[in-house]
Write a protein of this length. Structure first.
Length: 355
């Protein structure tokens, strides 16, 4: 990540603040096609009208799937830690969790492990926040199996990336989403993360049964706006690029954010969503700057175990990443990386145990 990219990002934040000054003065957004005026909540974040979308706005953590780091169970799923992650998120103001997605290493887990994540998270949440199960798999039938299990244990929404490796074309993606979305009655969220969003094509996904939303991990907010204008039914959108979430929220198109650094910085992201909903973009910019500074450090290291190591520093040991995403850290590597994190002045050691 170059300095040029970061400075451009900061300029974009500043321009977004100026462009949305009308919102901070109390201007309201217009309802989208097929929706009532109630679709625009008084708190400013865009949430479609209806019980399907109730309580969905705000910051979501793309939960790290916790594994044991040491001992006989090293590398195995740590279900107790799932409960602690949920409790930490509740206390820090998260609206929900996105389970076994890219950050959650879903593709590196067995179906049984992913089911155990859903069940334990649902038990821990107990209706206090929303849960979205990413069910994407290489095999569409496996994704359907996960979706049905998620519905069984009380997950609120299902989601999936487009086909991975096989089926790299629109027709295959459409069929993939059609079969998964029809496997249950859960509302379904398309996960757009790789490649350019093509509004004319993406709009067709929303014709499918139960497709009511999208997690968009990209930076072309114009294309998302073009997509929304093509829809003739209510739909909810979440921004997934942590370093640009304030930019996304400033467009008024998004109900909230779903991101990796919501794991380490849940209160920051919750505050960004709250302040943006009130049109207080200048105040939100300070929190966004912290997120950008952390993103620079976090993604500079390609070993995904370093990312999870920050959770250990906070008192929520999620273990190491699974190969090939990451490899175990030596004590020296852990200390060196945490030294960089501490230099940011953002985090408090053992924060989860001190609140």
């Amino acid at each position: 990540m170059t300095d040029t990219v970061l400075y451009n990002r900061r300029d974009f934040i500043a321009k977004s603040v100026l462009a949305t000054a009308a919102l901070s003065a109390g201007a309201s957004l217009a309802a989208r096609p097929g929706e009532s005026d109630a679709a625009v909540r008084k708190d400013g974040l865009y949430v479609p009208d209806g019980s399907l979308f109730a309580g969905m706005s705000g910051a979501y953590s793309a939960m790290y799937t916790p594994f044991f780091r040491n001992g006989e169970k090293a590398g195995e799923l740590n279900e107790e830690m799932i409960e602690r992650l949920v409790e930490y998120g509740v206390k820090k103001g998260l609206a929900g969790f996105y389970l076994t997605g890219s950050t959650g290493e879903g593709f590196l887990q067995s179906l049984d492990e992913r089911k155990r994540v859903y069940a334990r998270a649902a038990k821990a949440a107990n209706g206090r926040l929303k849960l979205i199960a990413h069910v994407g798999c290489l095999n569409t039938d496996d994704a359907c199996e996960l979706a049905r299990y998620a519905a069984k244990v009380g997950i609120d929404w299902a989601s999936s990336v487009a086909p991975v490796y096989f089926g790299q074309n629109f027709d295959a993606a459409y069929d993939h989403y059609k079969v998964i979305s029809e496997a249950t009655d859960l509302p379904f969220m398309v996960y757009s993360i790789i490649g350019k969003l093509v509004p004319d094509q993406a709009a067709r996904f929303f014709d499918l049964k139960n497709v009511h939303g999208m997690k968009y991990t990209g930076r072309d907010y114009f294309e998302v706006g073009a997509l929304r204008r093509k829809l003739d039914k209510p739909a909810i959108f979440f921004a997934g690029a942590d370093e640009q979430e304030l930019n996304a929220l400033a467009t008024g198109e998004y109900a909230g954010v779903i991101g990796t650094t919501d794991n380490q910085m849940p209160a920051h992201h919750a505050e960004i969503c709250k302040l943006a909903s009130q049109g207080r973009f200048i105040e939100a910019r300070r929190y966004q700057e912290d997120v950008c500074r952390f993103v620079e450090v976090l993604f500079a290291d390609k070993n995904f175990s370093t990312h999870k190591s920050v959770m250990r520093y906070l008192g929520l040991d999620c273990g190491n990443a699974r190969r090939p995403s990451g490899r175990p850290l030596s004590n020296a590597e852990y200390d060196a990386y945490i030294s960089k994190v501490e230099s940011l002045g953002i985090f408090r050691k053992n924060d989860a145990e001190l609140i």
